[in-house]
Design a protein around this ligand. Structure first.
Ligand code: KIV
Ligand code: ZN
Length: 407
């Protein structure tokens, strides 16, 4: 294992509960959001974008509960290689005073909190959506980032549609954001338009030309419209970005956001290529993926990288033969490193609590991910199911059963 302790820290900014919840058809209630936020803190993410507080009273309430109930939690975060500090709770706001004030009220009780302010900078958005000039755009950034800064130290600014904005204008807008107090500059490829080369070049250009660039953290935010979100994010990291905005299972607007598990396992697998270190407990990736899929109702495609049902299954005889001789013939990641443990347990009506628990652990639902009351209820349901099934209880049955007790 390479020694990564001298590498720069890569800040994992999770937006499952904000951009992820903007997936068509996904709505999470406040209890579900708090449960996911707890799991994200155990996972070891650095920042949780908990929502868009001005969007609705429900969103405000969920963000405020996360700030209060999750903002100080240290469970699973201490020890060697762990983050050893509480998570930062972030709320999104447009460049509008009421949005910013509302976001601040929602997050302020978390020991570490951040306001994320955004305003579009592409000519398409300025002309057709915002109907303002470039100079009005810069003026609004100066006033609203400045207002956010008067409330909170930690300010992120995003030029929405940055991937299609004019570079020189972006430099001007971002310089204004820094002067007004932004500490993180996030460059959204809002519509997933860029190629990895273009996006990496953009990050590099902005870092080189923006005044005060060395005093801020540069961040990526890539959408997956062309299936390039992960590649673009990694290209951003290779060009100096030190924060990545990601969502579990890659959920988000339209084709989604960059998948957290893909970025983490890429930098984990190729440490010397990216030269960054992270604090995510990779063994919790699979369980976290399942939890988000169950609660959001957005199932994971079977062949999804890292967390798909088939990600570690070998079907053809040649592959099976190779893997039986040596796993590294066809496995570049050890399944157990992402929380998938292979097992030989065939569950049936004669199985007891121990075997049932071992099987759930193997499937990634080990406690504390599945609280005791849910475990007991799952066991009762499992017994009933085992009685009624001649062919034995499958992994699919168990996933459905856990989803059922969690709903
Ligand atoms: O995709 C996007 O531009 C966003 C911003 C609000 C950061 O989600
Ligand atoms: Zn987005």
């Amino acid at each position: 294992m390479a020694d990564t302790s001298n590498y720069d820290k890569l800040i994992i900014f999770d937006t499952t509960l904000r951009d992820g919840e903007q997936s068509p058809g996904v709505t999470l209630n406040a209890d579900e959001k708090v449960e996911i936020a707890r799991q994200l803190t155990r996972l070891g993410v650095n920042v949780i974008e908990a929502g868009f507080p001005v969007a609705s009273p429900g969103d405000f309430n969920a963000v405020q509960r996360i700030a209060r109930e999750v903002g100080s939690l240290m469970e699973g975060r201490t020890g060697k290689g762990r983050i050893n500090e509480p998570v930062t709770i972030c709320g999104l706001a447009r460049c509008v005073e009421n949005d910013i004030q509302t976001a601040y009220e929602a997050i302020r009780e978390a020991p570490r909190h951040r306001i994320h302010v955004f305003l579009a900078t592409s000519d398409i958005h300025l002309e057709f959506k915002l109907k303002i000039t470039r100079s009005e755009c810069k003026q609004r950034i100066r006033e609203m980032v400045g207002f956010a800064k008067s409330l909170c130290e930690d300010i992120e600014f995003s030029p929405e549609d940055g991937g299609r904005s004019d570079r020189e204008f972006l430099v001007e807008a971002l310089t204004v954001a820094i002067e007004a107090g932004a500490t993180t500059l996030n460059i959204p490829d809002t519509v997933g338009y860029n190629t990895p080369q273009q996006y990496g070049d953009l990050i590099s250009y902005l870092r080189e030309h923006t005044k005060g660039s060395e005093n801020v953290v540069w961040s990526t935010h890539c959408h997956d419209d062309l299936g390039l979100a992960t590649a673009n994010t990694l290209s951003g990291v290779s060009n100096g970005a030190r924060q990545v905005e990601v969502a579990i299972n890659g959920i988000g607007e339209r084709a989604g956001n960059t998948a957290l598990e893909e970025i983490v396992m890429n930098v984990h697998t190729h440490p010397s290529a990216y030269k960054v270190q992270h604090t995510v407990d990779t063994k919790l990736l699979f369980a976290t993926s399942r939890m988000v899929a169950d609660l959001s109702g957005m199932s994971v495609q079977p062949n999804k990288a890292i967390v798909g049902r088939n990600a570690f299954l070998h079907e053809s005889g040649i592959h099976q033969d190779g893997v039986l001789k040596h796993k590294s013939t066809y496995e570049i990641i050890r399944p157990e490193d992402v929380g998938v443990t292979s097992d030989n347990l065939a569950l049936g009506k004669h199985s007891g609590r121990h075997a049932f628990k071992a099987k759930l652990d193997a499937l990634g639902y080990g406690t504390p991910a599945l609280p005791d009351a849910q475990f007991q209820s799952a066991f009762v349901k499992f017994k009933r199911l085992a009685d009624s099934k001649k062919s034995g209880v499958t992994d699919g049955d168990l996933h459905a059963l856990v989803a059922d007790v969690r709903s």
